[in-house]
Design a protein. Sequence first.
Length: 229
Amino acid sequence: MRERRILVVEDERTIAESVAARLRAEGFAVEIAGTGPAGVDAARRTPPDLVILDVMLPGFDGLEVCRRIQAERPVPVLILTARDDETDLLVGLAVGADDYLTKPFSPRELAARVHALLRRVDRAREAVTPGAAPPLVLGDLEINEAERRVRRAGLEAHLTPTEFDLLVHLARRPRAVHPRERLLADLWGWADASGTRTVDSHVKALRRKLGADLIRTVHGVGYALEVPK
Ligand code: CA
C-alpha cells in the first residue's frame, strides 16, 4: 500500500513539528504549511489523504482553507481549535471539517483521531464495490453508495465524506431514532459528551444541502431520517 500523505497547516512551529514527528513515526508522509495560502497550494500540488488544520493562521484562516480545499476535492479534515472557542469549532464543522481537537492536545491523542478518521473513510470505501449495490431510494432521496453520490428530487448534492457517511448511516434505518452519542461512537470512533456538537453541526449541513425536512430532531436524544414524499 502506498504511503498515506497528511498535510499539517499550522503556523506554530513547535506544534507543527511535534505533530509531524508523531505522524511520521506512525508511517505517514507529512508536509507542513505555515500559512493559509500555503496550505491551499500544498493541497492542490499533492492531494493529501487527510488534512490537519489550525484555525488561526496568517494569510487567511483555517476555515477559508477548509472551504477552498473541500470545494475542489473532498478530503477528510481535522481542525485544531483553541480551548472554548466554540464559534470556530461550529463554523469549522459547517464548512466541511470532519472532526476537531481542542488545544492543547497530546500527539498521541491526535494520532488516535487521525487513525479513526482514516479507518472511517476506508470502511466507507470498502463497504461498496462499484456497481454492486443498487442505489438506496427513499422517496425523492437517492443515495448511490458505490459512486458516493446523493440526489434529492433529481438534484445532486455535494457532500463531504463525513456528511455522506452520516446520511447513509441514518438512511439504512429510516425513521429509527439514533442517539447523538451513538452516532459519534459509530461514525467518528470516539465518545465524549462534548463531541455531540460535531454531530449537530453535520446534521445542520445535511439539512442545508438536502432540505430541512429530511432529518428530524428528537429532542434531548438524537436524530431520525424521515422518508421524504
Ligand atoms: Ca495558529
